[in-house]
Design a protein around this ligand. Structure first.
Ligand code: 5GP
Ligand code: MN
Length: 330
């Protein structure tokens, strides 16, 4: 129980150079797991390269170690060449190989490649994988990895892992939050994490523009199926008007989801004209991972997503509604 896959563990132990990667558009769990793992592996004397496709979002720059993240693939190639056989790629919080981003083919060619993840539907890619879909977060698994490696988790790594678990559990509210989750965060707090400091950075640090964007987004609310489906949307025009970016929409979907009658909340995000990213959040038995998979996406039972190109926001909504109605009847 809670112990890493033996192949993943043994490979991590044996390699001196580790390339850490996660999914594009990284959320708190992706970034906290990455930076927490980096600190843990560095404390074992390993050389670690933290790769992201884009610079880390300002929201997460408070995470200790955020400055070591690099976005240049040439530097990744140099690191891989230099390490020769003493090398490993470790993918964290990434449910399928294509979510590594636009360089996924090259990144996944840097072998051996090991995966630690908690996404439902992750069939396991790479040469070894430790995937547990019931886990609250990848960060909880990174903590268990440190224990299995016999490493004392530093206060810096603790803060990264705590922030990751806090965001991926919706502040310890989602179904995946277990007694083990609380044991882990209890230990992280005893290692120096100040929950108030993390919460201030994550949840009470927004711009006025974000509040104005929230007003605009909530004004788009549409309700269907006797108020069991709630749909909101954001367009590029709204972002322009409020001087915000798509990152400012994080957590908005939880507002319609919080209405008691709502079983599924949908957030339609116009990434660019005719390119829509869809976030789905469900309560109870409703499985939105299977809904997202019908559209080529994925995720967890209660939190999933997909992307669609060639259609506008309204067309995507009209394609999605019948599938959601079917899922509500299941
Ligand atoms: P979010 O709505 O926060 O973007 O994503 C919620 C969950 O759905 C995340 O766990 C994420 O991994 C998954 N997800 C979101 N978009 C996609 C997608 O386009 N493809 C896949 N496979 N999973 C997605
Ligand atoms: Mn996660």
């Amino acid at each position: 129980m809670n112990s890493p896959d033996p192949t993943v563990l043994a490979t991590i132990r044996s390699k001196g150079h580790i390339l850490l990667a996660t999914h594009f558009n990284p959320d708190g769990d992706a970034l906290g797991s990455l930076l927490g793992a980096a600190d843990i592996l560095q404390s074992m004397g390993k050389r670690v390269f933290c790769y992201l496709e884009e610079p880390i979002s300002p929201l997460y720059r408070f995470l200790p170690g955020a400055g070591q993240i690099q976005t240049d693939m040439n530097r990744v190639r140099e690191f891989v060449d230099y390490a020769q056989d003493d090398f490993l790629t470790l993918c964290l919080d990434c449910g399928d190989v294509q979510r590594l981003g636009r360089h996924y083919e090259e990144l996944s060619s840097f072998r051996p490649l090991m995966v630690i993840d908690h996404h439902r539907g992750n069939k396991g890619f790479g040469d070894g994988f430790w995937v547990e879909a019931h886990r609250s977060s990848t960060a909880e698994m990174v903590y268990d990895l440190a224990k299995a490696l016999g490493i004392e988790v530093s206060s810096r790594a603790s803060e990264c892992l705590f922030a990751a678990i806090s965001t991926d559990t919706g502040s310890f509210r989602y179904e995946s939050t277990s007694s083990h989750t609380f044991r882990v965060v209890s230990d992280l707090v005893s290692r120096g994490v100040k929950p108030e400091h993390v919460a201030n950075n994550l949840y009470d640090n927004y711009t006025l523009g974000r509040l104005q964007l929230m007003q605009e987004v909530l004004a788009t609310l549409e309700m269907y199926e006797r108020d069991r489906i709630a749909i909101i949307r954001v367009t590029q025009h709204m972002l322009d008007r409020t001087f915000t970016t798509m990152e400012d929409t994080e957590y908005f979907i939880n507002l319609p989801r919080a209405v008691s009658s709502v079983r599924v909340a949908v957030f339609l995000k116009e990434v660019e004209p005719l390119h829509v990213s869809v976030s789905l959040r469900a309560k109870g038995k409703c499985d939105v991972a299977s809904v997202a998979r019908r559209f080529g996406g994925g995720g967890h039972r209660n939190a999933s997503g997909f992307r669609m190109q060639g259609q506008g926001v309204e067309a995507v909504r009209d394609l999605l509604l019948p599938v959601l109605r079917e899922e509500l009847q299941a």
